[in-house]
Design a protein around this ligand. Structure first.
Ligand SMILES: [Zn+2]
Length: 279
């Protein structure tokens, strides 16, 4: 099972601590970058799930309508793109409500999927699942099944779709998958590793993954984007490495593999026979 997903945000959203107030001072690039993704998907006859920032739906409702109009499904990626573990339960509740309002207002449909910014949930933010449930979201793709800077949930390793049970709530979870090589685990289906690794390795790792969950961004395909000021050296490297080759690698991946979206994955899985993780 290979699932194609995109997180719909602009180039300046890589800085999680930036406040919404300054986002309008940056030159937007989301329209052109999203157009190139949509063209590529149409050309390769592939489907995908788009996790959109509520802020993007608020600013560019016509873009979100276009994604929906082309038949792609839309989930939420929060409103303000802040890391979940830096929020209180009440702050996340408010933010999710706001993002759903913006997206649902744009497309006129109920949103059923969610992905946390930077997979930033962990065992200290279990209220996160209660809030998703409160707003009728029963499919989540926010788990990073290992240790990392921004959260992480080692209990979900090895990554596969699972049922989460917490305080009587049941959710379907689609974690991002990790690849193990020489004792080192990493995620190659998005972010810096996707942009940095040569295509033959991405293809090899994808072939050996029974379950593949991608997470790409419009900015990953945009090598002409400006450099965001104020990033640490490590973040700057991770955020800008390999931009030039990313579009052609994604194109090759779309030629070599058939991807499905989350609703297709949901239908393919026999949830009665799927593992449950009790939190
Ligand atoms: Zn994001």
């Amino acid at each position: 099972m290979k699932i194609l997903t995109f997180d719909i945000e602009d180039w300046f959203h890589i800085e999680f601590s930036n406040s919404i107030g300054i986002w309008n001072s940056y030159q937007p690039r989301i329209q052109q970058n999203l157009e190139s993704i949509l063209e590529l998907l149409q050309k390769r006859n592939q489907t995908a799930t788009f996790f959109c920032l509520g802020w993007i739906a608020d600013q560019y409702p016509e873009l979100i309508k276009k994604i929906d109009g082309l038949g792609y499904e839309i989930g939420s990626h929060s409103f303000d793109h802040k890391l979940i573990y830096t929020k209180t339960r009440a702050e996340f509740d408010e933010d999710l409500k706001k993002s759903l309002f913006s997206i649902e207002d744009a497309i006129g449909k109920k949103v059923k999927y969610f992905r946390a910014p930077a997979f930033s949930i962990n065992d200290k933010t279990l209220w996160f699942f209660e809030i998703l449930n409160k707003y009728g979201i029963d499919i989540d793709a926010s788990v990073f099944p290992g240790k990392r800077d921004f959260g992480g949930f080692p209990a979900f390793s090895p990554a596969r779709p699972v049922i989460i049970e917490y305080k009587g709530i049941r959710l379907k979870e689609f974690p991002v998958n990790m690849h193990k090589l020489l004792g080192f685990s990493f995620v190659f289906s998005g972010g810096g590793y996707f942009r940095m690794l040569p295509y033959f390795l991405l293809k090899k790792f994808s072939e050996s993954s029974d379950y593949l969950m991608t997470y790409l961004h419009p900015r990953d395909l945009d090598y002409e984007q400006p450099l965001l000021a104020g990033l640490t050296t490590t973040r700057r490297f991770k955020s800008y490495v390999g931009l030039k080759s990313c579009y052609s690698k994604l194109d090759k991946l779309l030629i070599d593999f058939k991807f499905i979206d989350l609703s297709m994955a949901d239908h393919e899985i026999d949830w009665q026979k799927t593992d449950t993780i009790n939190l």
